[in-house]
Design a protein around this ligand. Structure first.
Ligand SMILES: C[S@@+](CC[C@H](N)C(=O)[O-])C[C@H]1O[C@@H](n2cnc3c(N)ncnc32)[C@H](O)[C@@H]1O
Length: 217
């Protein structure tokens, strides 16, 4: 196993700790089933960076919320913002709804692919997306939650096109593991889209994540 494989294995162990997930995100989680995890190594950095841009009355779209609505719940608890959470997989939407209910949070969880499915939700101030970015060759089989295509940038590019078209006034906070997709590659795909501007890239020690802040011009 190469260095990346070892890092992914170590990251998998960290992100399956219920106690750590509670501590990091300030919300409750149910026991894990099968190979699931509560978060990945990008999630804490994304929550920390997006949290600075939210507060009561601000509206968050937490795209790709996963089985526990981790980002949406953490930011609701931390900042008091209004949250709509989405995922493309109906089974994950059902699980995320259960965790939102268990935390008594006023979060709507909607099945949607990018912005298809949230048309009626109005304007958002911020869109968070811990996007699937793992290059396909590093995965042992099909995995919609992680698979970023041959270069790791396929879903990132799909998101950027959808955001350029329908992001409204929101800023996008896009979380990407920099060990798997280097910053230069992400910068290049943003720069290829003339309607978008990369405002800044933030990091949070010790997490190996870059959080890209992107706006529409
Ligand atoms: C890396 S996981 C992040 C899960 C969770 N937000 C976290 O930080 O732990 C990416 C999630 O995005 C979802 N997803 C993939 N493509 C999507 C799309 N086009 N629109 C919405 N969600 C998508 C996957 O099903 C998966 O749950």
């Amino acid at each position: 196993m190469g260095v990346l494989g070892l890092l992914r294995r170590a990251g998998g162990r960290v992100s399956r700790s219920r106690a750590l997930a509670r501590r990091l995100f300030g919300v409750d989680f149910p026991p894990l089933e099968g190979g699931a995890r509560y978060f990945d190594l990008t999630t804490p950095a994304l929550v920390s960076v997006a949290g600075r841009r939210l507060g009561p009355g601000r509206r968050l779209l937490d795209m790709g919320t996963g089985a526990f609505a981790t980002v949406g719940l953490a930011l609701w608890r931390r900042t008091g913002c209004d949250v709509v959470a989405t995922d493309v997989r109906p089974d994950l939407v059902r699980k995320a709804r259960a965790n939102v209910e268990a935390n008594r949070a006023p979060i709507r969880v909607v099945e949607a692919r990018f912005f298809d499915g949230v048309e009626g939700e109005g304007q958002f101030d911020c869109v968070t997306f811990n996007v699937p970015y793992v290059p396909s060759a590093l995965l042992s089989g099909p995995d919609v939650q992680s698979d970023g295509g041959p270069e790791g940038t396929s879903v990132i590019e799909g998101f950027l096109d959808a955001f350029a078209e329908r992001g409204g006034r929101a800023i996008a906070c896009l979380g990407v593991n920099r060990l798997l997709v280097p910053r230069a590659k992400v910068v290049r795909v943003v720069e290829r889209r003339p309607r978008l501007a990369l405002t800044e890239v933030r990091r949070r020690w010790p997490w190996p994540a870059d959080v890209y802040i992107i706006t529409r011009k």
